[in-house]
Design a protein around this ligand. Sequence first.
Ligand code: ADP
Length: 380
Amino acid sequence: MENFSGKEFKLGILGGGQLGRMMIREAIKFNISTSVLDPNPAAPCAEIASEFVVGDFRDYESVLKFGRGMNVVTIEIEDVSVEALKVLQSEGVKVFPDPKVIELIQDKGTQKQFYRLHGIPTSEFQLVEDFQEDTWPLPFVQKMRRGGYDGRGVQVLRSASDFSKKLPGPSLLERLVDIEKEISVIVARNESGETVAYPTVELDFHPVANLVEFLICPADISKDLEQEAEDLAMRLAQELNLVGILAVEMFIDKSGNILVNEIAPRTHNSGHQSIEGNLTSQFEQQLRAVCGMPLGSTAIVQPSVMLNLLGDANSEGEAVYEGLEETLRIPGVYPHLYGKKDTKAFRKMGHVTVLNPDLKQALGYARQIKSTLKVVGRQD
Ligand code: ADP
């Protein structure tokens, strides 16, 4: 095991958002020195990274310059300069996940082709430069191949009138799945091939924002489905030869089939409950995986429900948290505020996890928090 602790060892993180911020908290526990690259000087990591470099993680030169001083470079966002990472890797910097994996995942089209090639169940699809009303039978889903996130860049077309909402550019057309449940399995894998999976979580979506509203751990699914989901996620991590974290989002359709929707080679919103709800958080696990440590146990401490704190739909400006005091009176509640100065509609401003021996009770508390805790913008 490499000596990763102290000032001699430098871990570079591309992206300074909330995922990086939660990883840095864990890095502090291990006395790992972190350097972060992000274009926004007020990014959530800025205040807490050992070193914060203002620069664009999509820019070849900036990533190359940043990475040259690091022992290990990892990511908290996929939209980074893969070309620079490939050069860094050839110069001896350890880059996890491998730049080739990041490249594959940056394009939703190549992701789907990978599933097809490896016999991973996924919804039927077609890659197109453009499409007309007769290209694919309605209803279907159009996804931009690149650049979409948090439901932006995804459009459901149900009838001819929806064609006016068509997104520009090369896209992926997918059959609309009749979804019973959305689930996610997070897998961690280190360089020696040790692989662990977190218990399956269930995702409840906000109907308008298309963002995860509640995350429920463990998912209310049969043992067989849970095993199948876990096997698929582990298999994907192995086929990708992944080092780090792989989040695997899946659908269970009305006939009980599991279909892989998309994967992310990094920590993920669907693993936030692991900070308090599992023995090892996904953020600590990423550090363990990329720094060559043994992986930690993923066992559940207590059932948990996580709620994303989204910016109020009707206001923007300097963020004000209303109802925090009431929230803090709930037993087993863990708020996480991401330190973003300004809020806007549906911006991810934080999350709250509730732990309870009784999952129904945890869900009840989470609903209560949803109606009392608000992030609104103060207009000056
Ligand atoms: P993003 O990368 O922006 O999160 P996703 O591909 O995960 O985009 O799609 C966002 C959401 O849209 C999914 O969680 C799901 O609710 C819905 N969705 C995506 N693809 C399909 C599909 N083929 N059939 C039905 N619903 C879908």
